[in-house]
Design a protein around this ligand. Sequence first.
Ligand SMILES: Nc1ncnc2c1ncn2[C@@H]1O[C@H](COP(=O)(O)OP(=O)(O)OP(=O)(O)O)[C@@H](O)[C@H]1O
Length: 314
Amino acid sequence: MSMIDIRNVTKRYGETTVVDNVSMSVEKGTITVIVGTSGSGKSTLIRMINRLVEKSEGEILVDGRNVADVPETELRRNIGYVIQGNGLFPHRTVAQNIATVPQLLGWNKTRIKARVDELLGLFNLDPKAFSSKYPHQLSGGEQQRVGVARALAAEPEVLIMDEPFGALDPVIRGKAQDDLLAIQKQFGTTVILVTHDMDEAFHLANRIAVMRGGKLLQYSTPEKILTEPAHPFVQQLTGTTDRALKRMSLLSLTSSMAPAKVGLGHGLPQSLSLRDALAEMIWQGIDEAAVEDTAKEPVGSISMSQLLELGRKA
Ligand SMILES: Nc1ncnc2c1ncn2[C@@H]1O[C@H](COP(=O)(O)OP(=O)(O)OP(=O)(O)O)[C@@H](O)[C@H]1O
């Protein structure tokens, strides 16, 4: 079922068209990532979903309802919004920041506190230590997590994220991406996210939308974006030098492994992508490894030659 339906949407400022007749439909419970050059209309497109920007033409439906007919307060409740640099209120504590929308909705204190504590826990921020801190007392990564927690506070069905991890260093960024994946899975939230980082797009997306000059050039699965680019610009964006590794990052070890074998000294978690499995095997200097479930029981095996075969152009 589609959660967000963008139909022939155009945005003009005066004579300039910044979003040009874009149509795309986002399935419920999935992550769609929008990429493209600077100024291609990505932010404008997603801001039309929660009506921070009013469209010039076309229509947008969220959960089957035309957003033009939904009161803005209701839209903001059902659509969480996260921007780069998190946008936290500096004079409000972490708990007060997260409680912003629930308070507007008139939730009682007990319910608000329970939700704040739940979200802090989910983001690995101890409620006792963090609730009463102010944003300036947090690291960049912690601020960003509080920003996402705040957007999720009223249990929105849709989360819009505009370069949410852009200000984070690579290690914290990877952790923030994994947190998002875990939380999105837990709540089944529909996420639409803008990024400049193609690796981030491939890591997070069920579907990738590529924009240039206000136009949607391709909207497809990461696999198709990589293997069947619809436009030379899409190919340029995904890069050609590490196509094999990008492709391997999309494939799971469990879907590619051979049957389990006895006597393999080294075990790899079955949750790894082929790319991570390859990196680990190079690092460990091994040609073959067992694939293990969470209880460290062998469920299969993988060899270096299989991995190299799987990375080849189909
Ligand atoms: N309020 C406005 N008035 C006039 N032009 C605008 C306005 N807002 C955005 N634009 C223009 O619309 C175009 C698209 O902007 P938008 O912010 O959507 O791009 P973007 O793809 O998100 O870019 P970036 O990746 O740099 O954030 C840009 O050329 C921008 O200058």
